[in-house]
Design a protein around this ligand. Structure first.
Ligand code: FES
Length: 193
């Protein structure tokens, strides 16, 4: 099957799923893509996936990945390969705030395992689960590059470091009060365009 024909079918599938970036998101996406030559559009994939994840419910469904493929003009499998490799992309529905607790050496030595247990007990969750109110998901992650401030966790674009049970209590309280989705577009993309 020619790639142009397949690209059209992918776009039709995404269209049938009713997916469409908001005007503002589409402008940002097109600006990011315009930074690369036509045959290197795939280089825009990671920032565009962050925007897609933020726009379409905090996770990347097959339809969302197809939609991204149709916009960047690459094959859906190329999107899946990247999205399934990086832990910051979620391939299943998650809560608005995803706690990714580092479990690698420094964090583990500094009590990362106890942090996971504490969050799990407090929110009544096992790793990989989401609270019934759809607000929190608990995950574990490999080294997030903040070993000097272990134990730590990441939630969206924010690092929370030198964690204590008290800090976790406050963090949960403040996210609960805010009730907003946390994602990587919390970073101001416009400053980087
Ligand atoms: S070991 Fe946890 S951030 Fe590196």
């Amino acid at each position: 099957m020619g790639s142009e024909v397949q690209g059209t079918q992918t776009f039709d599938k995404a269209k049938r799923a009713g997916l469409k970036f908001s005007e503002e998101a589409m402008t940002t996406v097109q600006t990011i893509i315009s930074h690369y030559p036509d045959d290197k559009r795939k280089s825009a994939l990671i920032p565009v996936l962050h925007i897609a994840q933020a726009e379409f419910g905090g996770w990347l469904s097959a339809e969302t990945m197809d939609y991204v493929a149709s916009i960047i003009k690459i094959q859906p499998i190329e999107v899946f390969e990247v999205a399934s490799f990086y832990s910051m992309f979620h391939l299943h529905p998650v809560g608005k705030c995803v706690f990714e607790v580092c479990q690698t050496s420094s964090c583990w030595l500094m009590g990362g395992e106890d942090i996971v247990k504490y969050i799990g007990k407090k929110l009544n969750l096992k790793v990989g689960e989401t609270t019934a109110d759809g607000l929190f998901t608990l995950k574990v992650a490999e080294c997030l590059g903040s070993c000097g401030t272990a134990p730590m966790l990441q939630c969206g674009a924010s690092y929370h470091e030198k964690l204590t049970y008290e800090k976790i209590d406050k963090l949960i309280e403040s996210y609960r009060a805010e009730g907003k989705q946390k994602n990587y577009t919390d970073l101001d993309y416009k400053n980087t365009l």
